[in-house]
Ligand binder design. Structure first.
Ligand SMILES: [Zn+2]
Length: 263
C-alpha cells in the first residue's frame, strides 16, 4: 500500500510534447502521485508534427490523437491536472515566447507547486523544443525571486537507450529498430550535466511502460521501446535522474532520491 507522505504537496512538470513526461520521468510522477502529491503536467504542444517531423507540416488530426494519448498516459501516471498548450511543435524555442511565459506564470500562481520539473539544458538529446521549454521554465521560476519553488532538471542516463535497443534486438526486433524516432540512441543524455540524485522507479516500472505505450502513434514496430518487456524496462529505465537548479531549498523530490554515482 503506498504511503501518503506527500499529501498536500503539489509538483508541476513542464514538458514539450506528449510522451516526454513518460519517457523522462514517468516513474517519478507515478511515485509522487501514489504518495499523495498533486501532480500537474503542462505539455507545451500537441506534438502535431510527429516524430522527428521537422520540417513536416503540422497535422491537426495527429495533434488530436496525441493529445488523447497524453490524457491516457496522464491517467496511468496519476496526474491530477493536465494542461495541453497549443504552441507550435518544432518551434517551441522561438515562437510564442511571451504567451508561453504568461501561461507558466499563471500556472505557478494557481498551483503554487512545491517543486517544478522540466528538461535540463541538454534537452534530453539537444532537441530544440526541449531546450526551449527548459529556458521558458527557468525564466518563469527566476522571475519569482526568493519565493520560487525549487526547479529540477531531468536528464536521461547515458547508455540507457542504447541498452534498450540491444534488449529489443534480443527479443526479435528487426535491425530497423535501432533508433528512437530517428534519433541515435547514443544521443540521449550524452551532453547532460551530471545528475545530483536518482529516483528508483523500479516498483513503478509497469506504470511507466504502460504510460509510454499509451502514445501509440509514436510506438510503431520499429521503435525499440515497443519490443522491451517489464524486466528490460526495470533494468534500463528504472532510474530517473535529476539535478536541482539554483541554491534553492530542497523539496519532496530530494527526499525520494539517492545520490547519483557518476562515472
Ligand atoms: Zn519531446
Amino acid at each position: 500500500m503506498p504511503d501518503r507522505l506527500f499529501a498536500g504537496s503539489t509538483v508541476l512538470a513542464v514538458f514539450a510534447h506528449p510522451d516526454d513526461e513518460s519517457l523522462a520521468c514517468g516513474g517519478t510522477l507515478a511515485r509522487l502521485a501514489d504518495s499523495g502529491a498533486r501532480v500537474v503536467l503542462i505539455c507545451a504542444s500537441r506534438g502535431d508534427r510527429g516524430p522527428a517531423g521537422d520540417p513536416a507540416p503540422a497535422r491537426p488530426e495527429l495533434g488530436r490523437a496525441r493529445a488523447q494519448e497524453l490524457r491516457a498516459a496522464a491517467a496511468v501516471l496519476g496526474v491530477a491536472d493536465l494542461l495541453i498548450l497549443g504552441h507550435p511543435d518544432g518551434n517551441l524555442r522561438w515562437a510564442e515566447v511571451a504567451p508561453f511565459h504568461a501561461e507558466l506564470m499563471i500556472a505557478l500562481r494557481r498551483f503554487r507547486p512545491d517543486a517544478v520539473l522540466t528538461f535540463g539544458d541538454d534537452g534530453l538529446y539537444w532537441h530544440a523544443d526541449h531546450i526551449g521549454v527548459h529556458e521558458r521554465t527557468v525564466t518563469a521560476i527566476r522571475s519569482l525571486g526568493a519565493g520560487a519553488p525549487p526547479l529540477y532538471c531531468v536528464t536521461m542516463p547515458r547508455g540507457a537507450m542504447k541498452a534498450v535497443v540491444e534488449a529489443a534486438h534480443a527479443r526479435g526486433a528487426s535491425p530497423l529498430a535501432s533508433a528512437f524516432w530517428g534519433i541515435n540512441p547514443d544521443a540521449f543524455g550524452v551532453s547532460a550535466e551530471p545528475p545530483a540524485f536518482t529516483v528508483d522507479v523500479r516498483p513503478w516500472i509497469a506504470r511507466k511502460l504502460a504510460a509510454l505505450r499509451c502514445h501509440r502513434t509514436q510506438f510503431g514496430p520499429h521503435n525499440p521501446l515497443a519490443w522491451i518487456d517489464e524486466d528490460d524496462a526495470r533494468r534500463w529505465l528504472g532510474d530517473e535522474q535529476f539535478r536541482r537548479m539554483e541554491p534553492a531549498a530542497t523539496s519532496l523530490l530530494d527526499g525520494i532520491g539517492r545520490p547519483a554515482h557518476v562515472d
